[in-house]
Each structure stands twice: as structure tokens, then as C-alpha cells.
Design a protein around this ligand. Structure first.
Ligand code: NAI
Ligand code: 15L
Length: 270
């Protein structure tokens, strides 16, 4: 039986980011106190139901202090696009380790991990995947999210810390191009998915694709059916606007690969 009574204290990392700013408001019903963290500047607390705690995810001791006293973690912080490996390493790879290790030491039992479609970005757009499809990361960024999912599995198997890894497609106010007609996740659907991820019992390590009820999709969420996620929005309402854009060339990765342009980023530092 699920409940939506608020957690005492939730931690949101990445609170200064695009999604973080949206979730700061939307997560309020789920926590008596929302602890907001980022390396970048954040707006000050609006009331005593918010705590603003700056933290660099690559700093193990700082993350340990950040996690003290929280009941669950929504881990959205980190580098969110393709960058040189060295930048991804501290924020995403060390960062996710620091989050799980702090969760273990402080007895936190649930993490929601903002994974990404870029863990499977090298599949073509005519392929349909589920959570058991072998990963095909399209970037150092995608590799870091793939590592984060493995970290989640390990901390569940070894320590019983449960995680819902959300392979977010494209969560923006509107789909910005043809590819996002398939990958788009509305903010309302994202919020519903986070509610399900926080409150569904016995999730173990569940991988779910974060997409709205789009018409043409590449992902099958049957292995996450226990979450009861039922998206209400669809990219269809934006089709005319999106299709007014020029069609990408036939050999454009945006038209071929699920990960779009990420498959062609880099190399760096030559
Ligand atoms: P964003 O780039 O706007 O936000 C990420 C935040 O993480 C930023 O505010 C940044 O300052 C912070 N950050 C970076 N390095 C840090 C560090 N070392 N220590 C502490 N904080 C650090 O990205 P967005 O779009 O808000 O995405 C949020 C999360 O969701 C990211 O983890 C991203 O990978 C994931 N995601 C987002 C998607 C989307 O469509 N918006 C799609 C797939 C995944
Ligand atoms: C992501 O993982 C990124 O964080 C976001 O900025 C978008 O690029 C999104 O994927 C996407 O694939 O559209």
C-alpha cells in the first residue's frame, strides 16, 4: 500500500539547474523540508520548509555532510551534457559514488537517480528497447550515467539501498526538435514519475524510461510497470510547430540515433 504523506526531509541535488528550478517548487508537497543543493548559486530559502546547502559533488566530505538527516535523495546534480572526461569524472562519476556512500553511512534507504537516454544513445531510432536491453552509451556523459546505474544496482545488492533510475528523455517545456517528439517528458509527467519513484514500495533497483505518452516511442516500460506511472501528456500537441522546422539531412545523427547529436560530440583535447 502506498502513501503520499510527506517525507520529513528530501534532498534535491542539481537544484540550480533547469530541472532543479522546476522541481524545487513541485517537490514541496512531498517533504516537510526540502534540502536544495548545487555548486552554482541558488535562490535563498523562501520559508522554513527549504534549506539551501551549496556543495560540490566531487567533494566526498561535503557530500557526506549534505546527506545527514535526509530520508531520500533525488540526485539531479552533475554535468548534464557531453564534456571532456575529466569534467565528467568529478561531478558525475565521483559524485554518484559520494552520494551512495553518504546514503549508506547515514542510513538513507531510497535514491532517485536522474539517469539519461544517453546510456542507450547509440541505438538507432527504429529500435525498441526495454530496461534489459544492453546499454550503448553515446558519450562520456552517457557512460557516467551508465556507471551511476551500476552504482545503484551495487548499493541495492550489497546494502539494500533502493533506487529508481529514470532514463530521462528530454524534459523541457516543449519538444525542441523532431527527435524530441519521441523523447519528450513534460514537467507534469516528470512530477508524477518522481512521486511514484518516491512512494512505490519494494522498487529494488528499477530502471524506467522518462517519457510522456508520445505517439512514436522507442522505449518499453514493462519492467517498471510496478511504479504505476501513467503519463498524461503527449508531444503530439506540438507536432505542427516542430515539423515546421527543416528536416535534418539523412546522415544527420539527430535523425538516425536515439541519442541524436551526442553520438558525434568530441573528441576533446587533440
Ligand atoms: P542542468 O545542467 O541544468 O543542471 C545540473 C545542475 O548540476 C547544474 O545546476 C549544475 O550547477 C549542477 N552541477 C554540475 N556539477 C556539479 C558539481 N560538481 N557539484 C554540484 N552540482 C553540480 O541539467 P538539467 O537539465 O536540469 O538536468 C538535471 C539532471 O537530469 C542532470 O543530472 C541531467 O543529466 C539529467 N537529465 C536531464 C535531462 C533533461 O532533458 N533535462 C535528460 C536526461 C537526463
Ligand atoms: C540529456 O541527458 C541532457 O541532460 C539534456 O540536456 C538533453 O540533451 C537530453 O538528454 C536529450 O537527449 O534531449
Amino acid at each position: 500500500m502506498t502513501t503520499t504523506s510527506p517525507f520529513n526531509r528530501l534532498l534535491l541535488t542539481g537544484a540550480a539547474g533547469g530541472l532543479g528550478k522546476v522541481l524545487r517548487e513541485r517537490l514541496r508537497p512531498y517533504a516537510n523540508v526540502l534540502r536544495l543543493s548545487d555548486i552554482a548559486d541558488m535562490a535563498p530559502p523562501i520559508d522554513d520548509r527549504e534549506e539551501v546547502v551549496p556543495c560540490d559533488l566531487s567533494d566526498k566530505q561535503a557530500v557526506h555532510q549534505l546527506v545527514e538527516g535526509v530520508d531520500a535523495i533525488l540526485h539531479f546534480g552533475g554535468v548534464s551534457v557531453e564534456r571532456p572526461f575529466e569534467e565528467i569524472l568529478g561531478a558525475n562519476i565521483c559524485g554518484v559514488f559520494h552520494i551512495y556512500e553518504a546514503a549508506r553511512r547515514h542510513g538513507v534507504k531510497r535514491v532517485i537517480f536522474a539517469s539519461s537516454n544517453h546510456v542507450i544513445g547509440f541505438y538507432k531510432q527504429d529500435e525498441t528497447l526495454d530496461a534489459h536491453s544492453p546499454r550503448r552509451p553515446d558519450s562520456y556523459y552517457g557512460l557516467s550515467k551508465s556507471y551511476g546505474e551500476d552504482m545503484a544496482s551495487f548499493y541495492f545488492d550489497r546494502y539494500g539501498i533502493e533506487t529508481v533510475s529514470i532514463r530521462i528523455g528530454s524534459s523541457f517545456p516543449e519538444p525542441q526538435n523532431r527527435r524530441m517528439m519521441s523523447t519528450w517528458l513534460s514537467f507534469d509527467d516528470m512530477t508524477q514519475l518522481l512521486e511514484r519513484a518516491l512512494y512505490t514500495p519494494n522498487v529494488g533497483h528499477t530502471v524506467v524510461y522518462g517519457m510522456s505518452d508520445n505517439k512514436s516511442i522507442w522505449w518499453d516500460n514493462r519492467f517498471a510497470a510496478h511504479l504505476g506511472y501513467a503519463p498524461q501528456d503527449t508531444s503530439e500537441v506540438f507536432r505542427e510547430k516542430v515539423e515546421a522546422q527543416p528536416m535534418p539531412a539523412e546522415d544527420d545523427p539527430a535523425r538516425i540515433y536515439q541519442g541524436g547529436a551526442f553520438v558525434a560530440a568530441g573528441p576533446f583535447g587533440d
